[in-house]
Write a protein that binds this ligand. Structure first.
Ligand code: NAP
Length: 288
């Protein structure tokens, strides 16, 4: 079987064009572009790379971008206060706290300092709760991107059995909520799941968000399954990045599949742009 390749790069390119047009229309009406502030505590090299990629994404579509880099030894109270100040600034629509934070800081405290209306990562419990209750919310970017890819390729979700492997607040849990909201029957697997292969085999849609190279193999998949691979795993001793799904065996069985790289990854930053635009709209009135 030759699977449909769910091409995140191509989708992201077309979505960026739409964001640029929507952002320009909003700016023309409100007098300022949608804008993001990233708050980063210094000291994590991978985070520097992510912040640069977010900056490029924002500036590429004409959105405002500011970056506050705080000292590596900053105290929790100062970090939380910087987050609250950024959220209180009417010229800033979205605020993102770059994770991970250094060990002496609490991510939970930082997330609670965010204004849920400006929490464009969708990590605040208010946004997670609203998503769970089917209310409008900022949805975490990575799972939102997975859903956007399914929609872009007109893949039916309602009535399908979706198996989500991974239950983090950033990917697995919100993805399960999004699939449930679209009337999939959802099973969530995690590190204590005892019969992973048996459950994955039942999935019409299988999503892997674990961080273990090749955990899901073709032998575990139902023929024709739609596979979303969120994993980003760097192969030891090289710069090669692979997913949680073993590409060679899985692509021989799947009906549709995201490659790594080039699948779910490129869509994430575009979804962030969508949340910034949404936050800008919400700044002018009620959350619809
Ligand atoms: P995480 O917070 O470490 O969560 C991993 C999840 O996988 C946990 O729920 C864990 O279970 C589960 N797990 C671990 N080993 C397992 C096993 N053997 N079988 C079944 N489940 C297992 O990771 P994350 O932040 O969700 O990220 C997951 C992956 O997605 C990583 O590779 C990350 O780099 C990638 N990612 C990609 C994007 C993107 O843009 N595409 C964005 C964010 C993250 P427990 O809950 O029981 O510990």
């Amino acid at each position: 079987m030759t699977p449909t390749i769910l091409d995140g790069r191509a989708y992201a390119k077309s979505a960026r064009t739409r964001m640029q047009a929507d952002g320009a229309a909003w700016a023309a009406q409100s007098g300022m572009p949608p804008s993001l502030t990233v708050i980063q505590v210094a000291g994590d090299a991978a985070s520097d790379w992510y912040v640069r990629s977010i900056k490029r994404a924002c500036e590429g579509v004409g959105f405002g971008f500011t970056h506050q880099q705080l000292a590596a030894d900053i105290a929790q109270a100062q970090l939380d206060s910087a987050i609250r100040s950024a959220c209180a600034d009417p010229a800033v629509h979205g605020v993102l706290v770059q994770m991970p934070l250094p060990k002496h800081l609490s991510a939970e405290s930082a997330i609670l300092a965010l204004d849920p209306l400006k929490d464009v990562d969708g990590l605040h419990p208010t946004n997670a709760g609203r998503l769970a209750q089917g209310l409008s919310a900022h949805v975490p970017n990575t799972p939102a991107g997975g859903m956007a890819l399914l929609d872009h390729y007109a893949i039916e979700v309602a009535g399908k059995h979706a198996v989500v492997v991974g239950r983090s607040n950033v990917v697995g849990k919100p993805l399960a909520q999004l699939l449930l909201a679209r009337n999939a029957t959802v099973t969530i697997c995690h590190s204590r799941t005892t019969n992973l292969a048996e459950i994955v085999k039942q999935g019409d849609i299988v999503a892997a968000a674990v961080g273990r190279a090749g955990l899901i193999t073709g032998a575990m998949l139902k023929p024709g399954a739609v596979v979303l691979d969120f994993g980003i795993n760097v192969v030891a001793g090289s710069e090669q990045v692979v997913g949680d799904v073993d590409w060679e065996s899985a692509s021989a069985v799947a009906g549709a599949i995201t490659p790594v790289p080039g699948g779910t990854g490129p869509v994430t930053n575009v979804m962030l742009l969508g949340n910034i635009l949404q936050a800008a709209r919400w700044s002018q009135g009620q959350q619809e």
